[in-house]
Ligand binder design. Structure first.
Ligand SMILES: O=C(Nc1ccc2c(c1)CCNCC2)c1ccc(-c2cn[nH]c2)cc1OCc1ccccc1
Length: 341
């Protein structure tokens, strides 16, 4: 019923549905106060069923992740029947579709994207999370042609830190690490590195290293760890793929080594940046000032209110202003408040 959309429609103009996934649909929307475009992921609680914990996992993770290559969660609205997630706008769609549209990427373009993926994964691991579902469908392209990592529904933040072993077999078969499909206890971050190897192969080749319509045959191919090397691959690409697609997790390259790997740093002359440009709890003065001008009160009060991180409309206004500033647009709310009456 439309009354469920009331809270969303207060602060956003909602446009067409742009995607319908498993248990969610994604609508295009526009934030009234800034005019900024956003995406709204809408989930019906009934349809979620036992997938509801996955949404709670995703929201909890995204509230603690703030990085230039991780999709930003601006606001969460929960009604009796639905959950709405207001998210960063990524009009370039999925990396998967982009690779398909170009058949495969040249090494230099694959390097630009893979550096961003490594940067995002290094940050996520640094925050104690393993993503566990890395694949081109979970990497979106924003309006500046940069990648944004999404879908933290399967991520794990083991209590005892990333070194401790996980049990749940999850993620997409073609990207799943051998130790994960063997059903053994595995280390999430090591399994993520394998998936990144499959991802890099998909970027450079335009098809998967291990593939079969019979999932048991696919599993055997993954455990065997042998894959085709098309003629167009450079020797440095082949070497990096070999270091990522090591069946034995202890032989696999680590994320730390990846950040300084020659394949990633050549033509760049610098290591991959794993730190976030936004520190989660440092507040930007200019954006706080803009909010104070609009909502009234004083700077200090506004500072405290935003610091509560309720992921309500105030959090959305603040984070959208920060995103505007990061994109080089002046972080301002509608010039005259009375416009909204
Ligand atoms: O902004 C998002 N998507 C998006 C926005 C505009 C356009 C496109 C796509 C491509 C299709 N042509 C219209 C232009 C967008 C942002 C965040 C999330 C998201 C973040 N966590 N979970 C989901 C999902 C999003 O979408 C999914 C999608 C929809 C249609 C196709 C491809 C991808």
């Amino acid at each position: 019923g439309l009354e469920e959309y009331e809270e969303l429609l207060k602060d956003y103009d909602v446009w067409e549905t742009i995607g319908t996934g498993g248990f969610a649909k994604v609508k295009l929307a526009q934030h009234k106060l800034t005019g900024e475009k956003v995406a709204v992921k809408i989930m019906e609680k009934e349809e979620l069923g036992e997938d509801l914990p996955r949404v709670q996992t995703e929201i909890a993770a995204m509230m603690n992740l703030s990085h230039q290559h991780v999709c930003t969660l601006y606001q969460v609205i929960e009604t009796p029947k639905r959950i709405f997630m207001v998210l960063e706008y990524c009009p370039g769609g999925e990396l998967f579709d982009y690779i398909v549209s170009k058949d495969r990427l040249e090494e230099c373009e694959a390097r630009v994207f893979f550096r961003q993926i490594v940067s995002a994964v290094a940050y996520v691991h640094g925050q104690g999370f393993a993503h566990r579902d890395l694949k081109p469908e979970n990497l979106l392209i924003d309006e500046n042609h940069n990648l944004k990592l999404i879908d933290f529904g399967l991520c794990a933040k083991p209590k005892g830190g990333l070194e401790c072993r996980l049990q749940t077999c999850c993620g997409s078969p073609a990207y799943a690490a051998p130790e994960l499909i063997r059903g053994k206890a595995y280390i999430g971050s090591e399994a993520d590195l394998w998936s990144m190897g499959v991802l890099l192969y998909a970027l450079l080749c335009g098809f998967l290293p291990f593939d079969d319509e019979n999932v048991m045959v696919l599993y055997r191919k993954i455990q065997r760890g042998k894959y085709e090397l098309p003629s167009w691959l450079s020797s440095s690409s082949i070497q990096l793929l070999n270091q990522l697609l090591q069946v034995e997790p202890k032989q696999r390259i680590s994320i730390k080594e990846l950040l300084v790997h020659p394949w990633l740093t050549q033509e760049y002359g610098c290591d991959v940046e794993c730190h976030s440009r936004f520190t989660l709890h440092h507040l930007d003065h200019q954006c706080i000032a803009e909010l104070t001008t609009w909502f009234g009160g004083n700077h200090k009060t506004m500072w405290c209110l935003v610091s509560e991180w309720k992921y309500d409309h105030l959090t959305a206004c603040y984070l959208i202003l920060v995103a505007m500033k990061a994109s080089g647009r002046p972080p301002c709310l509608l010039s005259s408040p009375q416009l909204l009456t």
